[in-house]
Design a protein around this ligand. Structure first.
Ligand SMILES: Nc1ncnc2c1ncn2[C@@H]1O[C@H](COP(=O)(O)OP(=O)(O)OP(=O)(O)O)[C@@H](O)[C@H]1O
Ligand SMILES: [Mg+2]
Length: 242
């Protein structure tokens, strides 16, 4: 396919707001974030702080109320065909695996490639290569139900990489795993990032994982801020009246 595929894209998020329930739930208040091409970013934050909301917007699964999100040359708000953008640019890894239980690992990894002008042979070869990369060449024909949690997560990572995404979005990819397996999965993501040079954004609540990232952020009060930034004194209180 296009030779630019496989290289990370820049992501620029400016003044993004997103609320639900007619404005009652203000998930994102004013999100600003710039991710360099090929960077590996972690995003932490308490439950309900808007992490998944933000990933959904970047992945064009939902639309911001206002503000703009650019991924490479594309402005997400202007996309005519979000499905095409997702297939061409984005790889998703979710905590819940969404693997098709009746298909083998090899078949699951081929799913995103269906209908994308690959021959059957090419699809299968690519899926084998990816499953090999994630250390599952001995489990190609296994159905998800017979794989361990960490193995299933590795299949979803292989599947997310099927179309050589330029941007990988991972929503708590290690949340359902024990911490040792979680760290292994992160090391794998990092290795794959180095290999394929895609921009990677990982939502996690594990500080060990945040520490691996090039830059670590957290969500707070509907905003994204650097993780190491100390809370600004006085930010929550108004200047005292004389
Ligand atoms: N489709 C929706 N409709 C209504 N409210 C929503 C919707 N999606 C998210 N929300 C609300 O927006 C807020 C942020 O949700 P979000 O899923 O982004 O949080 P999160 O940081 O990913 O949390 P968690 O760590 O639990 O996954 C929550 O209050 C949630 O209930
Ligand atoms: Mg979430």
């Amino acid at each position: 396919m296009s030779t630019s595929n496989g290289h990370g894209v820049e992501v620029v998020i400016e003044h993004v707001r997103k609320s639900f329930e007619g404005g009652l739930i203000r998930s994102l208040e004013d999100v600003n974030l710039r991710i360099e091409p090929g960077e590996f970013i972690s995003l932490m934050g308490p439950s309900g702080s808007g992490k998944s909301t933000l990933l959904n917007l970047i992945g064009a699964l939902d639309r911001p109320d206002s503000g703009s999100i650019s991924v490479g040359a594309r402005r997400i708000e202007d996309l005519r065909n979000p499905a095409e953008y997702r297939a061409e640019i984005v790889g998703f890894v979710f905590q819940l695996h969404h693997l098709i239980p009746t298909l083998s690992a090899l078949e699951n990894v081929q799913m995103p490639m269906l209908g994308r002008h690959h021959s059957r042979k090419a699809r299968e070869a690519r899926a084998r290569e990816l499953l090999n990369e994630v250390g599952l060449s001995h489990r190609l024909n296994a159905n998800p139900g017979t794989l361990s949690g960490g193995e299933r997560q590795r299949v979803t990572i292989a599947r997310a990489l099927a179309n050589r995404p330029r941007l990988l979005l991972a929503d708590e990819p290690t949340g359902a795993l024990d911490s040792v397996t979680g760290v292994r999965i992160m090391a794998l993501l990092q290795k794959l990032r180095e290999q394929y040079q895609m921009t990677t954004l990982v939502v996690t609540n594990d500080v060990a994982i945040a520490a691996i990232a090039d830059r670590a952020y957290r969500m707070r009060d509907g905003r994204v801020e650097p993780l190491d930034e100390p809370p600004t004194p006085g930010a929550e209180r108004q200047p005292e009246q004389a």
